[in-house]
Design a protein around this ligand. Structure first.
Ligand code: BG6
Ligand code: MG
Length: 215
């Protein structure tokens, strides 16, 4: 029985994956190396500091902890300059419609994002009314692929993990959902998200009926 859906934010509800990419690429270029969209796939769903470690590994650069913190803060400042300009129409196609359809069928709706900037986006895009519970990167100790963010989401919704379906655009997020004993719908390419129970290109391809077929 499916009682709740828990959504990742970046790349599922909003197109911020693009802004993360632009900000990381700017940092890589500044450090003197290229950073491609393919490289960026490895960063999706991964925490800020772990993302920086991957980026530096790609560039073959080793830095002190202090310098790394400085660069992570710089990337975040650049990233925030984009999200602070976001408009309500930057919700990904089909997101609002699907969330509302779920509510009309009494399915609980949660957010499970590893981002410490999630609430800024929620406020800018006025997303709060669409969700029954929101767990973000400020409330977890273990980043995806650890299931903590989704398990906390299920707990906040008062639903057992087995009755939850997670929507994720990142391989690390799919892994987290499966580790948490939840079903998972991948948003993006089956090449990257093949472990999910179902993969669709975007939420505009989802419906309550399709969700119920996951049972
Ligand atoms: C995830 C993104 O949602 O949040 C990652 O997919 C990002 O790319 C992570 O690194 C952490 O985000 P933030 O906003 O705390 O740096
Ligand atoms: Mg994501």
């Amino acid at each position: 029985m499916i009682k709740a859906c828990i959504f990742d934010l970046d790349g599922v509800i909003v197109d911020t994956a693009r802004y993360h990419f632009i900000a990381w690429r700017a940092l890589a270029n500044e450090l003197g190396f290229e950073f491609t969209e393919e490289d960026n796939e490895r960063l999706k769903g991964v925490s800020r500091m772990a993302s920086l470690d991957i980026l530096l590994e790609i560039g073959g650069i080793e830095l002190s902890q202090g310098k790394k913190e400085e660069l992570a803060a710089k990337k975040n400042e650049n990233y925030r300059s984009y999200i602070l300009k976001m408009k309500p129409d930057e919700l990904l196609p089909g997101a609002e419609e699907f969330l509302k359809e779920l509510k009309s069928h009494k399915i609980l709706v949660g957010m499970g994002s590893g981002s410490k900037n999630a609430m800024t986006i929620v406020e800018r895009l006025k997303l709060k009314p669409l969700f029954d519970a929101i767990i973000d990167g400020t409330q977890v100790t273990h980043a995806k692929p650890d299931p903590e963010v989704f398990l906390k989401g299920a707990e906040a919704l008062d639903v057992e993990p087995e009755a939850c379906v997670v929507f994720e655009d990142a391989a690390a997020g799919v892994e987290a959902a499966l580790k948490g004993g939840m079903k998972c719908v991948g948003i993006g390419s089956p090449d990257v998200l093949g472990k999910a129970h179902l993969v669709v290109a975007g939420l505009s391809e989802m419906s309550y009926e399709k969700l119920m077929q996951l049972k």
